[in-house]
Write a protein that binds this ligand. Structure first.
Ligand code: GDP
Ligand code: IMO
Ligand code: MG
Length: 420
């Protein structure tokens, strides 16, 4: 048996939550492999909307196991709020959720450090979600992290205090001197709450599940263009969002990789700072934002919007080894008189289809034009019902990328999903 991987191919918010939830009936285990509460994965069904930050998107299905992998950084305060707002009982969540003992913890001081570092960067700030992601992953790689497994060790308070002492010194360097006792108290209470959930050696759990023939789906957060190595560095997140991140974030051998499902929007969005070649600062961009409700699921910030960027999409397909594409939010493009796709860039006066090292070197964009379609497609149940103009758009993407588009999503609800 193999593990299938589902991940974002753009700058995050492609609709991963919706599709993981929709595919969960086909799997036994859903395992998140990286990121933390910077993620906001939205799921809609029965006229209710849920936004998940840490908990894998299979949690609403009875009888399925959801794993928070070692590649994540967990804020226990966010975790607690999330469990309490799921609308399912804590006992049900405890039955369905396992946490890797090797996952790292976000301390209250990590969040303060995130804010202090962003403030110091001024105009050059990353536009972080201020959830403490960067400082927590920095501590992980500099071997100063605190892991979930440490919460159960007698040395826990000692390790915690030494980390906080270190962070406090750094914070003082940034001029921060507020009393942290309330934050600390809430965090320690939330740690006790978290300890009620089952902590496991998730690597062994996944391996033995595979041997028993269980079907496993690895769920990514963020997107390829936010990957720490392959994204638009330094305007990225602090983890490997690509398929290889599923191996390190779950303890999965590369030879166990099954299908790699790459999700992309029919256009592009980005929240936070950093280059975005196809960004639209005009009425088309505003139309995408309004119709697509493009406001961050975690921070509520307006998302920057633009046309689909084919060189960037092809790059993401390449580094992830995508075997199937899922196109999201096709309905948002209904009503546009014309639709564009960037097929190449101008760099140093030449037409190129490779992403340059620095996206700031792009001097111009070459577009492919498509006719729009006017009818609302949210109610379309099958591929034969969609307008010919949308079919042409999807077929162009398939031809250019060489990868089949097997799902086209036409609305936020679980049911608004066309399987081709
Ligand atoms: P994620 O981070 O990749 O899980 O994506 P988000 O949940 O942050 O953002 C995607 C947004 O688009 C959410 O508000 C979803 O409810 C919504 N959404 C997902 N698929 C579709 C779709 O096909 N059409 C429309 N109109 N909205 C969608
Ligand atoms: P999901 O999983 C969109 C962006 C932030 C910022 C940069 C670094 O919902 O797709 P961080 O807080 O990680 O240090 O922020 O990355 N970012 C996201 N953008 N969707 C996300 O997650 C994101 N997680 C982080 O806006 O630009
Ligand atoms: Mg999101």
């Amino acid at each position: 048996m193999k593990i299938d991987i589902l991940l974002g191919l753009q700058w995050g918010d492609e609709g991963k939550g919706k599709i993981v939830d929709a595919l969960t009936p086909e799997y036994d285990v859903i395992a998140r492999f990286q990121g933390g509460p910077n993620a906001g994965h939205t799921i809609e069904f029965n006229n209710t909307k849920h936004v998940l930050h840490l908990i894998p998107s299979g949690i609403f299905h009875e009888g399925k196991i959801n794993i928070i992998g070692n590649g994540l950084v967990i804020d226990p305060v966010v975790f607690r709020h999330e469990v309490e707002s799921l609308g399912i009982s804590i006992d049900q969540v405890r039955e369905r959720l396992l946490i890797s003992a090797k996952a790292h913890m976000i301390l209250p001081t990590h969040k303060l450090l995130d804010a202090a570092q962003e403030a110091t960067l001024g105009e050059l700030k990353i536009g972080s979600t201020l959830r403490g992601i960067g400082p927590a992953y920095s501590d992980k790689t500099s071997r100063n992290g605190l892991r979930v497994g440490d919460l159960f060790r007698k040395e826990f308070r000692e390790i915690y205090s030494s980390r906080v002492k270190e962070h406090t010194r750094a914070l003082m360097g940034y001029g921060y001197s507020n009393d942290m006792s309330a934050l600390e108290e809430e965090w320690l209470e939330s740690v006790e709450y978290l300890k009620q959930f089952t902590t496991v050696n998730a690597d062994y759990y996944l391996y033995t599940s595979l041997l028993r023939g269980k079907r496993i789906l690895a769920e990514g957060a963020q997107g390829t263009m936010l990957d720490i190595d392959f994204g638009t560095y330094p305007f990225v997140t602090s983890s490997n969002t690509v398929a290889a991140g599923a191996c390190t974030g779950l303890g999965m051998a590369p030879s166990r990789t099954g299908e790699v499902f790459g999700i992309f929007k029919a256009y592009c969005t980005r929240v936070g700072s950093g280059p975005f070649p196809t960004e639209l600062d005009d009425e088309y961009g505003q139309m995408m934002r309004d119709r697509g409700n493009e406001y961050g699921s975690t921070t509520g910030r307006p998302r920057r919007c633009g046309w689909l960027d084919l060189p960037a999409l092809k790059y993401a397909i390449m580094v992830n080894g995508v075997t199937r594409l899922f196109m999201m939010k096709a309905d948002v493009l209904s009503g546009f008189d014309e639709i564009r796709v960037c097929r190449s860039y101008q760099v140093n006066g030449a037409e190129v289809t490779e992403l340059p090292y620095c996206l700031g070197d792009i001097e111009g964009l070459n577009y492919q034009f498509f006719p729009g379609w006017q009818n609302d497609i949210t109610g379309c149940l099958g591929w034969d019902e969609v307008p010919p103009a949308l079919k042409g758009y999807v077929e162009y993407i398939e031809k250019e990328t060489g990868v089949p588009v097997t799902i086209v999503s036409v609305g936020p609800d679980r049911s608004a999903t066309i399987y081709r």
